[in-house]
Design a protein around this ligand. Structure first.
Ligand code: GLA
Length: 390
């Protein structure tokens, strides 16, 4: 629906009807925010570094009505998700569970930022696959943040709303993530990626020109699940902090390629490779943005491949399914491919000439079938605009 219904009218009407059917009264409005893929720049965000994600035409949509009291009621079109109810006056982060932690977290963080949030009824639907590394959580946070900012008249700017979403994720959901996903969801513009400097939070749109260059961006969802609240993500994050400390800098952003020989001398092999990934990845992001501006997307394939190798070999956040997806897509005609997002599962992206899309898809499916792996989900995404009121 989201690819053809560009104004979102049909979707907004359907969701408003679902809201009214569930709650027995009308919504005040309908808001939508996209998921994202990251073109390049992985695990650089929490190192004060550079990222280049784009918002995609997969979205989460919320119909919301403010209430006169402080009760929050959450319902969804997700199969098997029970409605949730709580009171803003007594809510604490440890009560948050499941998908309701995202909207609850946003309301909680808005209040902590000094904005009084009324109780509200909310109905959500989404076509961002959950657990695929496409930031379904940021999409939900950003849709709710924009809705509550509008409904309270707080009128927060997009960067501030992204920060609220990220704090909800860190402090209420409990995932120690950076600012990339929410920024992509809030700041995305059609046909562009968001070049974001995660130190000063300056950003600019970078035209991708995929269509003009005859390219498609395929997502290959390996269906291997990842969980960022625990495990590898947090471990990588703390090794980056330690690496920066050992190198005597505030963040790995402060290092460049000229520092790597010293890093190799003073760090053990594993911490050194973690540092090398961040340093080289920041350089790849800057170079990708440059090449997009000067030569267009056909020129960035090698950088995507190099990014994947760095995540596979140095940062060690890939997995066999992601490596297979990347290798098979390349063998099937992709000009460049890499895992995207936090890693340990989720999705890969591949830039594929339109005429080779079927061949690439077939190559990936054949590779997975030959190894007896779960059938991956393969679909094209378009660089789309960020969160909005429908
Ligand atoms: C997840 C996090 C982001 C970022 C990526 C890795 O998507 O939410 O903040 O760290 O992983 O680049």
């Amino acid at each position: 629906m989201t690819t053809t219904d560009t104004t979102g009218t049909a979707l907004a009407e359907a969701l408003a009807r679902a809201f009214a059917g569930h709650f027995g009264h009308d919504a005040d409005g309908v808001w939508q925010a996209p998921g994202r893929v990251n073109l390049i720049g992985e695990h650089t965000d929490y190192n004060d570094g550079l990222v280049l994600p784009f918002a995609i035409n997969r979205t989460t949509t919320v119909a919301v009505a403010a209430r006169a009291d402080r009760t929050v009621r959450l319902a969804s079109a997700f199969a098997g998700a029970d409605p949730v109810e709580f009171d803003l006056d007594t809510f604490t982060p440890d009560q948050a569970a499941g998908w309701s932690a995202y909207p609850a977290g946003v309301a909680w963080e808005l209040e902590r930022a000094g904005i009084t949030v009324p109780g509200f009824d909310l109905f959500v639907s989404s076509d961002v696959p959950v657990g695929a590394g496409l930031s379904s959580s940021a999409a939900l946070e950003c849709a709710v943040a924009l809705a509550l900012s509008d409904l309270t008249g707080a009128g927060l700017g997009r960067a501030d709303l992204a920060a609220i979403g990220r704090r909800a994720e860190n402090n209420v959901v409990g995932a120690p993530t950076g600012i990339m996903d929410q920024s992509a969801s809030m700041l995305g513009t059609r046909d562009c990626a968001v070049y974001l400097d995660c130190r000063d939070l300056s950003s600019r749109p970078v035209p991708l020109g995929l269509e003009e260059s005859g390219l498609l961006c395929l997502v290959i969802d390996t269906k291997v699940s990842h969980a960022h609240a625990t495990g590898g993500y947090a471990e990588r994050r703390s090794s980056c902090v330690q690496g920066a400390r050992a190198m005597g800098v505030g963040a790995l952003r402060d290092l460049d390629a000229a520092d790597l020989p010293r890093a190799e001398r003073i760090l053990d092999d594993v911490p050194f490779r973690r540092v090398r990934h961040i340093v080289t990845e920041n350089e790849r992001v800057a170079r990708t943005a440059e090449l997009l501006a000067t030569h267009g997307p056909l020129a960035i394939g090698e950088l995507l491949d190099a990014s994947h190798r760095s995540m596979r070999d140095d940062f060690e956040i890939s997995c066999p399914e992601l490596n297979l997806a990347v290798d098979a897509a390349r063998a099937g005609g992709a000009i460049g491919a890499r895992m995207t997002g936090g890693g340990f599962g989720g999705s890969a992206i591949a830039l594929v000439p339109v005429d080779d899309a079927d061949r690439a898809r077939t190559a990936v499916l054949a590779g997975f079938a030959a190894r007896g792996l779960r059938v991956p989900d393969i679909f094209a995404v378009l660089p789309a605009e960020g969160a909005r009121r429908l």
